[in-house]
Design a protein around this ligand. Structure first.
Ligand SMILES: [Zn+2]
Length: 450
């Protein structure tokens, strides 16, 4: 059995894992690295979509794997098209750094993912002009199903992560078995799902465990909480405010929206969300326990001025139309600051100019603290906070297990070999679980197991 990690090596995100057993080849995730191409591309200087894979190949941003990409994507490239030689692609969850590059993959190769992942991807394509995953033969699974790909049997098992519908995989091959964690955590509201995965993985007595290690680092410098703590502390912060409360979080962190929905309810405020969030909730409502944004009395939907500048119905996309009767505007929020908990995204900060938050209003940053001092978004955010004299709070529960928890998981599952992925510090695993137990991957280099 051979494994090649084409991404997620010495970096957080961009997982691309190829598993080969005799003539069977499957991929686990095919995401884009967060820093992809930053040495050659910036802002509008971007790879040309019409050039397919070639602009990516030029700088080594996509692996040259035969029998994977579509004819169209290779048409202008220096890799010759060959018919599909990959049996299946398995997606652990719908985050960008795990799925983005499936756009290039031959549509006749089946893509297996959870129902939730497919739904999240559909909504993202519909509501974002920048996202395109291409046409694919999707096959959805649920926890405990088994998928047979010639020599391999892949069993997806649900895990808890910062997006619903996340999975880890237990794969058996003739001489052994492989466990891949995807991204997971134990401090979320659905930690039982991660426990199920860990039990199933341990029962398998796997030969290999490919584990995420986002928070495996020499020291944890960020302040992180459990989702329960975010709820408690968030409620306390909002209770104390007599002015506007603004919160920012990741656009698909459903758990966080649910937490702040509860905060709004418990503190008697209206939870004002973006139309995109409303649409997402509406689309996943039948599978995930979220309030109905079109009916819930605690929710309003914030509409910005577009085209006509007069909030005319025809200014808005079809997917926004269903929430027009839940509309609130900047003026509405300005007049009801003490009654509003406003969810705002970075790209919408200009709305603050119209909302005119009173000095001393609250700003809750409910996402990761910046990873570097040079983080431009963080600097700009700070400038907006300073300009409007907002009081800042950092309040976040990570999507990832802590370093200690990852090591405990490895000890519980007891694989013969550990391969760290999705981490900036793979070498640290040697120290933490024993040097003989860890195989450090090199991006694009095949590892062979007997
Ligand atoms: Zn993720």
């Amino acid at each position: 059995m051979k494994l090649t990690l084409y991404g997620g090596v010495e970096e957080i995100g961009g997982n691309k894992i190829l598993m080969e057993e005799k003539h069977t080849r499957v991929l686990f995730d095919f995401g884009q690295s967060f820093t992809m191409g930053e040495d050659h591309f910036v802002q509008w200087l971007a790879p040309r979509k019409l050039n397919g894979c070639q602009d990516y190949f030029e700088f080594g941003l996509l692996p040259k794997i035969r029998g994977l990409y579509s004819k169209q994507m290779l048409a202008r490239s220096d890799l010759r098209y060959t018919k599909p030689q990959t049996d299946a692609v398995f997606l652990s969850h719908a985050h960008f750094d795990h799925v983005e590059h499936i756009y290039f993959i031959n549509p006749s190769i089946p893509v297996f993912c959870g129902h939730g992942t497919k739904k999240f991807m559909e909504v993202e394509e519909e509501t974002s002009s920048l996202t395109k995953y291409g046409r694919h033969d999707y096959c959805t699974f649920k926890s405990g199903d088994t998928v047979k790909a010639s020599e391999l049997t892949v069993e997806p098992v649900h895990v808890d992560h910062s997006i619903p519908g996340a999975y880890g995989f237990v794969t058996t091959y003739p001489e052994g078995s492989l466990v891949y964690t995807g991204d997971l955590r134990r401090h979320g509201t659905m930690s039982q799902m991660t426990d199920d995965f860990l039990e199933r993985a341990a029962e398998e007595k796997p030969s290999i465990m490919i584990t995420e290690g986002t928070r495996v680092a020499p020291e944890e410098r960020r302040k992180l909480y459990s989702e329960e703590q975010v709820l408690k502390m968030g409620t306390r912060i909002v209770e104390q405010s007599r002015k506007l409360v603004v919160m920012v979080c990741y656009s698909r962190d459903v758990d966080r929206f649910k937490t702040f929905y509860r905060v709004a309810k418990d503190t008697g405020r209206l939870f004002v969300i973006h139309p995109k969030t409303a649409y997402l909730f509406h689309e996943i409502m039948d599978k995930v326990d979220v309030p109905d944004p079109a009916k819930d009395p605690q929710i309003r939907v914030y509409f910005r001025r577009k085209r006509s500048g007069t909030y005319d119905d025809s200014d808005y996309y079809r997917w926004e139309q269903g929430f027009l009767d839940r509309m609130v505007t900047a003026e509405w929020v300005r007049k009801r600051q003490a009654e509003t908990l406003l969810s705002l995204s970075f790209n919408q900060f200009t709305e603050l100019i119209d909302i005119k938050p009173l000095p001393g209003s609250t700003f809750i940053h409910s996402m990761s603290e910046p990873f570097s001092e040079e983080d431009i978004e963080a600097k700009v955010t700070q400038n907006w906070i300073d300009h409007f004299k907002l009081t800042f709070y950092q309040l976040h529960a990570s999507g990832h297990a802590s370093c200690r928890e990852i090591i405990e998981m490895i000890k519980h599952i007891r694989p013969k070999k550990v391969i760290p992925v999705h981490t900036e510090h793979p070498e640290l695993f040697k120290k933490l679980v024993g040097p003989g137990k860890v195989s450090l991957p090199i991006a694009g280099k095949e590892l062979t197991f007997h």
